[in-house]
Design a protein around this ligand. Structure first.
Ligand SMILES: C=CC1=C(C)c2cc3[nH]c(cc4nc(cc5[nH]c(cc1n2)c(C)c5CCC(=O)O)C(CCC(=O)O)=C4C)c(C)c3C=C
Ligand SMILES: [Fe+2]
Ligand SMILES: [Fe+2]
Length: 358
């Protein structure tokens, strides 16, 4: 019997119900239990063809990610993308895989963020922290179900994306509500809003940049704030993502006292043939090198944790492209991950959203 069932049974048999009076079937007022769910994008269970195929199929079948009509998209997805990409992407994942725990870095960091948050929220007795992925495991549905079964009648959903996009924030919440659609008694939900301009986030990025630059044996002439791209058409149709990214970079520049030539915004990780948000990160580093810039650094403010897109695409591919085009020194600035600065961002936003609930 779950905790909710036990409480309800107690209400029905309550000694407060006097003989001759109707027995209340209402659930008695009791302290609310709150589940905080950190929601990240997801990652494959392994680097071999099968787990890569499963992960990419789930990811690329999401209509928030690929908006093409299914009759057009599925033959391309199953006939071309899922025959070629699992092997190629699997090789990239294998380069960054956490072999000790047999999982991807995104998995490792998200779990650690959840564990650390749980410790720092110990003062709030009615709050439980957990984490889940939009695609792959632990699935959003299984974690939502677990929290509700443990008695959480309130959920704080935290999509781990500072800049809103329908392709990330909205689909994370879609998936959570899909789980609640199967429940007779669904919890109340709050979702943490995008935080691209929150001082605690901008301060954390600025601190992490300063700390990283202090470890280098060179001073970068240019620093790129490289964000994951989205198709330009999504932006043109009203997704505010590009505007959020530009605002994060502007605030970061302001905080660091840098000009537009020192800290630039670019977009990475294009997929498919259509135009994505510009300027592209790879084309920009090549142009910088050809223009005589010798030393650069790249940070990824839109990624809460290091993952394939930051460690392999930026740390290896884009680095190689810069050196190949004539650059000399390149450094990747790590994401906030589970650092004290990163955890301060997560904890501040969660505590604010818990107001009146915890
Ligand atoms: C196909 C379209 C894609 C859109 C649109 C998209 C948006 C988007 N993604 C992130 C964050 C991450 N994406 C990651 C991996 C990844 N992304 C796509 C495609 C789209 N993303 C693919 C196919 C993949 C898998 C890797 C590959 O095969 O290249 C990851 C890393 C996951 C990991 O396990 O490490 C993140 C994080 C954002 C923020 C975003 C839009 C704003
Ligand atoms: Fe992506
Ligand atoms: Fe990529």
């Amino acid at each position: 019997m779950t905790q909710i069932d036990q409480t309800e049974a107690a209400a029905v048999k309550s000694p407060a119900a006097q003989p001759g009076q109707p027995v209340s079937r209402q659930v008695p007022v009791r302290p609310a239990k709150v589940g905080v769910m950190l929601l990240n994008l997801g990652t494959p269970d392994g680097t071999e063809f099968k787990p890569m195929w499963r992960y990419l199929r789930e990811f690329l079948s999401d209509p928030r990610i690929v908006e093409l009509n299914k009759l057009i998209w599925y033959p391309i997805l199953y006939g071309i993308v899922l025959t070629v990409r699992p092997k190629k992407s699997g090789e990239n994942y294998a380069r960054i895989w956490n072999r000790e725990r047999n999982e991807s870095p995104l998995h490792t960091f998200t779990r650690s963020q959840s564990e650390k948050l749980s410790v720092s929220l110990r003062d709030l007795a009615n709050v439980t922290v957990d984490w889940a992925m939009r695609y792959g495991n632990p699935s959003t549905g299984s974690v939502a179900k677990k929290l509700v079964e443990r008695g959480c009648d309130r959920i704080v959903s935290f999509p781990l994306y500072p800049q809103y996009s329908a392709t990330t924030t909205a689909t994370a919440n879609d998936q959570l509500f899909r789980a609640f659609m199967k429940m007779r008694r669904a919890p109340a939900v709050r979702s943490i809003p995008p935080y691209y301009d929150e001082p605690v986030y901008i301060d954390a990025l600025a601190t992490s940049i300063r700390k990283h630059l202090a470890t280098l044996d060179f001073e970068p002439e240019v620093i790129l704030a490289s964000y994951h791209g989205i198709p330009k058409a999504f932006s043109d149709k009203g997704d505010p993502y590009r505007r959020h990214c530009l605002e994060t970079t502007r605030l970061l520049r302001e905080k660091l006292g840098w000009g537009e030539d020192k800290l630039m915004t670019t977009f990475q990780s294009r997929f498919g043939a259509q135009e994505w948000l510009q300027p592209y990160t790879d084309a920009t580093v090549e142009k910088l090198a050809k223009d005589g810039i010798k030393r650069i650094a790249v940070l990824n403010p839109g990624f809460v944790s290091d993952c394939i897109e930051t460690l392999d695409e930026i740390g290896r591919e884009v680095c190689e492209e810069f050196i190949h085009a004539g650059g000399e020194k390149f450094s990747h600035i790590p994401c906030l991950n589970d650092s004290p600065e990163g955890m301060a961002v997560i904890e501040t936003l969660v505590r604010r959203e818990l107001a009146g609930w915890a």
